[in-house]
Structure formats: C-alpha cells, structure tokens
Write a protein that binds this ligand. Sequence first.
Ligand code: GLV
Length: 319
Amino acid sequence: MKKLLVTRVIAEPVLEQARALFDTTVRTAPGGLTEEEAAEALTRYDAILPTLGDAFTAAAFARAGADLRCGMLGNFGVGYNHIDASAARDAGVSVSNTPDVLTDATADIGMLLVLATCRRASEGERMLRAGEWGGFGPKSLLGLQVTGKVLGIVGMGRIGQAVAHRGHYGFGMPVIYYNRSRKEAPMPARQVETLHELMGEADIVVVTTPGGAETTKLIDAAAIAAMRPTGVLVNISRGEVVDETALIEALEAGTIAGAGLDVYEKEPRVPERLRALSNCTLLPHLGSATVETRQAMAQMALDNIIAWSEGRDPPQRVN
Ligand code: GLV
C-alpha cells in the first residue's frame, strides 16, 4: 500500500476512501508544514494531499534531495503558490489543484465583500454589538450604493468571470476588466488595456488573479493611487497580489473609501494597523469555505492522487 499524508483534516467520506486505498496519515496539528517538515514529508510519503500554508518550496525539494520518495502532491485548493511547481516537476513530482469546484463559493465571498464594504456592514455590526447604536438616522452610516456602479475585475479567469456575472446580472453593474492576455468575456464586459485604466475607471475593483511571483504586488502604491477617492478595493485572490502596506496607507489617508479582504500577505497574521481601520471588511480566508465546496475540493484532490497511483495522468495536473 502506498503511503499518503493528508496535511489537514478534510471531509470524512473522502478520508474514509483515502484510508481504504492508501496507508493514510492525517496530520491534526493546526497550521501548515514548515519548509523543514515539508522536506521531511517528501522523503517519507509516496503521495501528499497538502493545502495552503504548507511550504513546498524549491528549498524543501532541494532538502529532500536524493531521499525524495514522494511522486504526487494533490493540492487541496485552486491556488498552489505555496508549492514550487517547477521545482516539483524537476524532481519528478506531479502537482494537481482543484479548479472549478470552488468558483461559485469564492465569487459569492467576493460579492459579500463588495456589499459589506460599500454598505459598511461590519462597521455597523461592530457598533451595534458594542451597544453604540443610537437608532435609525437619516445620515448615519451612509455607504456607497452597489447597484449600477462600475465593477472592475483584475484577472478575468474562472473566478473573475463568476464575480462579473454576479455584478452584471445581479446588480446591473457595467463591467470592465484587465487581463494580461486578450480574453473574451461570456457576459457584456469591456477589456481595458492597462491596469491603471481599470483602477481609475472602476468604482469597485475586485482582484481575482492567481498568486505567485508574476502577480506579487501587482496592485502596488501607484495602482492604488490611480483609484478614485470613492473607490473600493476587494481582494479574494492571494494576499501578496496587493501591497498591504500601500493599501493600509491609502485607507488611513482616506485616498480610497474602503477595502474588503479575504486574504493577507502573511496569513494568518493580519497587521494591527489594518485591524484598527473601520473602513475595511476583514474575513479569515473564507472564499471556498462551504460544506459542499470543501467536500468537492477534497474529493478532487484525492481523485488526482488515485489517478496518479493507478498510473494515469492526474486530470487536474498543473506541472
Ligand atoms: C483557496 O484560496 C484556494 O486557492 O483554493
């Protein structure tokens, strides 16, 4: 029986199937594998089902070196920027991810952040819970109306399109998007040439690019400065895509109106300065966190490992 490591507790029916097919170890410790632990796991298991926070870096593969035993990383999650996929390929390790099954859940969280931030929902709820609500006021907690506002999508992939769909059909929003390659959109939407054009034209910007080296700090101080003073920035991709310090400075100075974040540069650490701001909505990386979606992600990750163990090409292989 091949040895499988599941780095976090996942849906029980999927774990049951894993236990029937593999000599399965489920790691129950909270938090991700450090680089050292990842390297050790690569030498001890034939396959690994890792997730966000597990440091399968180039250094981890180098450290495993000639003792490498693992041939497959079936990642739980569409984003796999915590795995150096080319170092894995060079070491002969296949990597797969879980696209599609989490698109709707993640786009829903995108809209939740748009609505909550524009309508100051978290701020209002915090005020009420603190016993500070003085009653209905014609001028209290006025926010930005979402319906009809210009929605700007950065990265028109599966999740970007799903957010655009919700914005256009659900909230009558004209949609513009920035994508590094030419891309047809399956709903009325206009592709703009430059990121700064998008940042300046949109009332609400939603970032849905993949993470990784190519998009790190794509939304930098200059891009944030191109936004309108009434603009709202939502990030549901990866924390590193937005320059967190530049964003905090813009929010503190009021050069943009607000931000809705589901992801952070150094999760689970969220800077105190960000937590102190009232004009942002901060969620603990909830994008794909529904019972249905997490079950489907677990199943897809395991199905890829099963395919690999049977000598088939993993259907969601990325390297
Ligand atoms: C979650 O962020 C994922 O990449 O699946």
